[in-house]
Design a protein around this ligand. Structure first.
Ligand code: ZN
Length: 463
């Protein structure tokens, strides 16, 4: 089945795509401002007023809207625009909750819930993650519906969920489990990538095709308790941890490239068979790019918490380190164990005598998730990028973290889900530090750019 428009429709399609309403950009800016002004910090979320506002906007445009929630104050919004014939469902997904914000850390001129437009940006918590994308998706969809457009076949589905920032148990996880028929879709666009970055003299837009899994574990060393006034009386488990912690800081396991990072390296003009050299060149070009992209290339370990003796005067008989471990989709526990052994191996070998023993126990085992990198949806995104930013190309990426896409991929095995929100002015290195940070803001030109993308994509995929 082709998801591309018929050849005969090209002329009108082109006209419609270049004839985007001049009001389209201001509609998405105004929607974003109003969304930011609804405080949806999660917990507690309290997303209902924001969701009702969006439902009103979409209903007025011609969408059929439902609010479905596990809790009255936290409904998810499902809005659909049916086509004339059966066909694929294209879903634009977003979440309306945000992480917290401390106004004291923000520039005094811009409160986190102001939604101010100043200096070319819309300011506020959620301006990037991800009320901007929700506003762009909904402004694009509403403008299409108001113009009288209906999909030639299939349907356009808008899903704005709650509760993403704390895991989605009331949002994407809940709605895909409790109301699968309401949100079933063939193609899905969500958060996860899309900011432009420059490398090797070329502009690239990431398209997030996969998300790493989470294999968190505790690492324990054992000793013998004793009185802390005589340090050599017992065996201090905390001191046995020290060289292990040092190895976790100084070493990393060998890269283990799955299909996505191989395609990514090829797309940025690097050699997938030389990941070490590729990362070194990335780092030399822009340290920030290496920091963001290196985790795609294999298993990572980040020790984040440690505990030992309950009492200051007792030599600890046990020390427990918690390690946050992220694993590319396609890899699992066996690769984690091998990678850990590689990092912990004493070398040079004559250190072996002092090699402390330890035990590990997994506390979370969630495998990564992915969609095929090749699809009609990817073709449409790539074509749009090269048309709208000549010379630029897309590159498939893996998110080191995860998004609500995982719930949709799990619920609907044929659903092709990508993370994509195109930004051509505010680049990836400029954008990334603002997410969950102070002075979160989006370039208004990028909001317009992305809104046009969501408008054009619906026309391309649904006719
Ligand atoms: Zn988000």
């Amino acid at each position: 089945m082709s998801d591309r428009p018929q050849a005969g429709a090209d002329a009108t399609l082109a006209e419609r795509m270049t004839g985007a309403s001049p009001n389209l950009a201001s509609e998405s800016v105004e929607l974003l401002q109003s969304l930011i002004q609804f405080n949806t910090v999660n917990p507690p979320g309290n997303e209902r007023p924001a969701q009702e506002h969006l439902a009103h906007h979409l209903t007025a445009a011609g969408f059929a809207c439902e609010l479905l929630g596990a809790e009255p104050d936290r409904p998810n919004l499902v809005a659909r625009l049916r086509g004339e014939r059966d066909g694929p469902t294209l879903c634009y997904l977003g979440h309306v909750d945000t992480v917290l914000a401390d106004p004291a850390e923000w520039s005094s001129a811009h409160d986190p819930w102001s939604g101010d437009v100043a200096e070319g940006y819309v300011w506020g918590r959620g301006a990037l993650d991800m009320k901007s994308q929700v506003a762009a998706e909904i402004a694009a969809a509403a403008s299409l519906a108001r113009s009288g457009w209906r999909p030639a076949r299939g349907e356009l589905l808008i899903v704005a969920v709650v509760d993403e920032e704390t895991g989605g148990s009331l949002g994407a996880e809940w709605i895909t489990r409790e109301h699968p028929d309401a949100v079933r879709c063939d193609m899905l666009v969500n958060e996860g990538a899309g900011c432009v970055f420059e490398y090797g003299g070329a502009r690239r837009y990431g398209v997030c095709c996969a998300e790493k899994g989470v294999f968190r574990f505790t690492l324990t060393t054992d000793g013998v308790a004793g009185h802390a006034s005589m340090p050599s009386m017992g065996v201090n488990a905390l001191l046995k941890m020290a060289p292990l912690l040092q190895r976790l800081g100084e070493r990393r396991p060998a890269y283990e490239l799955t299909a996505e990072p191989r395609a990514f390296l090829a797309a940025i003009g690097e050699d997938p068979d030389d990941p070490v050299g590729s990362v070194a060149r990335l780092r030399a070009a822009d340290e920030r790019l290496a920091t963001m992209f290196e985790p795609m290339l294999g298993v990572t370990f980040a020790p984040t918490r440690i505990s030992a003796s309950e009492k200051i005067n007792v030599i600890p008989s046990r020390a427990v380190l918690k390690v946050d471990c992220r694993v590319p989709p396609g890899l699992g526990e066996a690769q984690v164990r091998r990678a850990l052994a590689e990092v912990m191996d004493p070398h040079p070998p004559d250190e072996a005598d002092s090699h402390p023993t330890f035990q590990i126990e997994f506390t979370e085992r969630v495998v990564g998730n992915r969609s095929p990198m090749a699809s009609p949806l990817m073709d449409a995104i790539s074509e749009w990028v090269s048309e709208r930013d000549p010379g630029a190309r897309t590159a498939p990426t893996i998110l080191p973290g995860f998004t609500d896409s995982r719930h949709f991929r799990a619920a609907f095995s044929d659903c092709v889900a990508y993370g994509f929100f195109p930004q051509r002015h505010q680049s990836l290195p400029e954008t990334a530090p603002l997410i969950h940070g102070a002075d979160e803001r989006i370039d208004v030109r990028d909001l317009a750019f992305a809104t046009e993308f969501f408008r054009d994509l619906a026309l391309r995929m649904l006719g």
